[in-house]
Design a protein. Sequence first.
Length: 396
Amino acid sequence: MSKSPPHDRARFSPDTRLVLAGRDPFEQHGFVNTPIYRGSTVLYPTYDDIKHRRGRYNYGTSGTPTMDALCEAWTEIAGAAGTVLTPSGLSALTLTLMACTSAGDHLLVTDSAYRPTRIFCDGVLARYGVTVEYYDPLVGADIANLMRDNTKAVLVEAPGSQTFEMQDVPAIAEAMHARGGTVVMDNTWATPLLFPPHERGVDIAVEAGTKYLSGASDLLIGLVSANARHWPAVKRTYEHFAMCAGPEDIFLGLRGLRTMGLRLREHGARGLAMAEWLESRPEVLKVLHPGLPSDPGHALFKRDFLGASGLFSIVLKPVPEQAVAAFLDGLELFGMGFSWGGFESLVIPFDPTVYRTATRWEPGGPTLRFHIGLEDPEDLKADLEAGFDRLRAASA
């Protein structure tokens, strides 16, 4: 038997629950971690058993003990009714939007959403008869003015992808629920440890476990958690698509879960310290980080969030493109790649003007997104200082 049943674990701190959730060594012959169960076929002992589908498992896509371990752990941590796992963060979002919309529905999507989500909305959902409308992420409770008779759901993301606008999620949720709508949130930046989505009015929360759940840049996995009202639709859609994650990826997710709280605090603290340092640099016009008192969304951040992760953006003062290239190309400790959440620091240039439709993006200079990893902060600063030297030289 488990020494600490799930209903007793609420008395423990989040770090302790991360260690305990979703595992029972005494069900695994005393081994600490749930092993990897691989397989498609599940055998039944008798004709009567297979006729009535008796037993917890009937086929590999319907679940395994490894899958159940991570689903149960995430459900507990997120405060949800249930969780499903998918092969990537984007697949988690697409599954969710398919679960909560139908032909003829109207879907509201924040203009600051993750761009691949927009591509899915404008392509697949539009092709199947869902009307997608993008809205200003700062709309707050006034989202009620955008709702139609057929508005089915809203997709929020706080802070916004790349541009880091902070949304008033509880106000949006209240307005949507008053009309019977569904609130979906991409909560990858914060995870449930820093923003408990279902406590804040979110019906279905999507996370790219590729980021902080993994922590090592070697995993693709998505998680969808839902409250009691929306869990049946999520589970049903998941079963229709059989969009399941692989067993090795799930095992890596379980392993990363145990240290996610510790790593997230380090990323957050180092990220905020680096954001403050960059804010003081003469080459930087502004820093987009809701944890900074100077950020327009700081009050909402302080009210709704329990901390920050290590991802933020900056706006450089106007310089030629070759100066930005000189800054980036010589960096030793910041890789350029389209992900984040791992132990290594990353940076990418970005320009959302090519796809935003509901708002104008006029930052005032070139924009860069940083993920601060676990390297020594002084080494990171020295690397960036050398980059700023190259930027100034190239500008001259």
